[in-house]
Design a protein around this ligand. Structure first.
Ligand code: NAP
Ligand code: GDD
Length: 334
């Protein structure tokens, strides 16, 4: 029988890579989409244009994370085997500007979804996209599944709530529900207001004479950056064992924003110094620190390992911008 999956956040970076992976694995894929004023869903374009996929093996359903009635109706109709819950306001910096809606969608939206799943006649397996932001400023380095949560921003607090709630529903109601605690993952499809895409895009634009400078916040900030393609493979693997569990997905290596700058500008053969500026207004009210993950459990139990190195990632992203292959994005640079 054809397996079926339902993806919230299908139009996002991870949603689009996961759709590709699941279609490749023979799944029928259903996605939740919000009503927007344009029909542009650039990351899914190639599937729209393929009549053998769109309407045959890929289906989109209108709903919203705060619209339980519609969400329930769609899930009753689709009865998926697996749900990948990726939707939410995913920008940490903006979560300081809109904490209420960030928590409403990310925290309460996840709880609403759990409540619906609990009532379904045959509960699907659930993957929840948790984040390294739950660790905030941890004492322990690297972080693993046992590291205490200490979030330092509204986004991290909302993810911590959702992550704990997934654990509670697994334990209390016996749901097959997993948290993937994911460290940063990027790609040419990354939203333009995340730092790696912003830098790679600017380096290419400066090379092509379309832009003269790049203004950044804290260039000393460090992250554990991997490729989104590797991380969606982890999502799928997390739902395949006999029992549900939580997994950290990470590369285990810390790099700075400054290193991203240097690799991106070297890729376009430019000196970064005359072009890159810092603006304190782009610094965040509080920054997490030492966020680097240990993915030993995912490696042992799921046979998961990242396959793209940090340098390969930044080079791929910059070259995609140079070739203008990266899809347009409407998000506001910040
Ligand atoms: P993304 O590109 O920003 O995509 C977010 C998705 O959520 C989009 O499809 C968006 O729809 C949808 N969405 C937002 N609010 C919604 C709502 N109220 N109702 C329905 N859909 C809504 O994010 P991503 O990088 O793919 O990340 C996927 C998930 O993993 C997110 O939950 C993120 O917080 C989490 N995560 C990401 C990373 C990372 O480094 N990428 C790391 C850890 C965790 P529209 O297209 O309509 O905006
Ligand atoms: N966005 C942005 N823009 N960040 C900048 C800039 C800038 O101009 N300059 C410096 N930074 C720094 C940020 O302060 C942060 O320390 C780091 O670059 C990474 O920022 P983002 O790319 O916005 O990602 P993030 O780490 O805050 O959040 C991403 O990763 C989380 C996992 O740890 C998002 O994908 C989250 O959804 C995800 O949970």
């Amino acid at each position: 029988m054809t397996p079926s999956a339902f993806i919230t956040g299908i139009t996002g970076q991870d949603g689009s890579y996961l759709t590709e992976l699941l279609l490749d694995h023979g799944y029928q894929v259903h996605g939740l989409v919000r009503r927007t004023s344009t029909l542009s869903r650039s990351r899914l374009d190639r599937f729209y244009r393929d009549p053998s996929i769109y309407g045959q093996r890929l289906f989109l359903h209108y709903a919203d994370l705060d619209d339980s009635t519609t969400l329930r109706r769609v899930l009753m109709k689709v009865t998926p085997d697996e749900i990948y819950h990726l939707a939410g306001q995913s920008h940490v910096g903006l979560s300081f500007e809109m904490p209420e809606s960030t928590c409403e969608m990310t925290a309460m939206g996840t709880l609403r979804l759990l409540e619906i799943i609990r009532d379904l006649p045959k509960a699907p397996r659930l993957y929840h996209a948790s984040s390294s932001e739950v660790f905030g400023q941890p004492d322990q380095m690297p972080q693993d599944e046992q590291t205490p949560f200490a979030p330092v921003n509204p986004y991290g607090v909302a993810k911590a709530f959702a992550t704990r709630m997934v654990g509670v529903y697994r334990k209390t109601f016996g749901l097959f529900a997993c948290n993937g605690i994911m460290f940063n993952h990027e790609s040419p499809r990354r939203g333009e207001n995340f730092v790696t895409r912003k830098i790679c895009r600017a380096a290419a634009a400066i090379k092509l004479g379309r832009q003269t400078e790049l203004v950044l916040g804290d260039t000393l900030a460090q992250r554990d950056w991997g490729h989104a393609r590797d991380y969606v493979r982890g999502m799928w693997l997390a739902l395949q064992p006999e029992t549900p569990d939580d997994y950290v997905f990470a590369t285990g290596q810390l790099h700075s924003v400054q290193e991203v700058v240097e690799i991106a500008f070297a890729t376009v053969k430019l000196d970064w110094r005359p072009h890159v500026k810092q603006d304190p207004r782009l610094f965040r009210p509080s920054e997490p620190a030492r966020l680097v993950g240990c993915a030993a459990k995912a490696k042992t139990l799921l046979n998961w390992e990242p396959q793209t190195s940090f340098v390969q990632l930044i080079v791929e992203m910059t070259e995609a911008e140079l070739a203008d292959k990266a899809p347009p994005d409407r998000s506001r640079p910040s």
